[in-house]
Ligand binder design. Sequence first.
Ligand code: ADP
Length: 295
Amino acid sequence: MNLVFKNQHQQLEGALSKVLGINASVKAVRHLSGGCINNAVLVTTDQGPFFVKWNHKEKHDMFLAESKGLVLLKDYSRFTIPEVLGCEIVQEESYLVLEFIENGPANQRYWEAMGVNLAALHGHHHDLFGLTYHNYIGSLHQDNTRKDQWIDFFIENRLEVPLRLALQRGVISREYADGFRSMYSRFKDLFPREKPSLLHGDLWSGNVMTASNGDPCLIDPATYYGHREMEIAFTRLFGGFDQVFYDSYQEAYPMENGFDHRQDVYNLYPLLVHLNLFGSSYLNSIDRIVRRFTD
Ligand code: ADP
């Protein structure tokens, strides 16, 4: 066996032993594409397959938050969610080990199940917006400090936090931030009053897999209790899901009229996140929305 492979097998055997307390012999390692942030592999062992992600130990908090989000989703949703098997620092790296989800072709009810299951997840409520712990959206810190009004949570936790970060980093000017903030007064009667819903928090096609039985499976959550329209808006930001998904969701848990008008406002959050992560090319999309809500 080539030395690089041998070292990686040993590294992963050590990690599995520390994280899961098992002495597994690694047979093969397959790198999984799609993950933008971490090393992600399928590890085939004599004790079964495992999904393993790792990164420098500084990122341990990110994996712990992801683990908690997956557990929350597994407890409160009907989706297939990978089981969290362990999360530990081993030497200089943090490892997250999950049940390996075998990919299969989507079944006939796939999009309908997406809609119905998401409606059921959103039907799980809390009294406050936010969560008892902070987590991450991509590699950015996500502030979940709890608030009892959506408009306050949305403006302070979801818009102001990434806006201030962009300002600090010099991606936007103070004048730009002031112009952005002048939109806030228009939000006063914009959002329908609803109870906080449990959200996946980062629901785009890259975070939806198909399990071997053809059902949808969700990964990589950035969970919190939020306005459910935030989640539906985000699914539409980069291409959108199948129409059957939207129809099934609407039938299971109807949304108030006027969502199409509000949708872009919710998407200011992921756009600001993208602005911080990937740069100023997202300013055009943000500007278009700001202009619509300040003119
Ligand atoms: P990152 O944290 O770097 O974004 P992901 O969690 O997206 O990494 O994982 C990378 C890829 O691995 C995903 O695109 C998906 O295809 C696959 N994947 C993620 N979780 C599992 C799992 N539990 N079982 C099988 N494959 C998975």
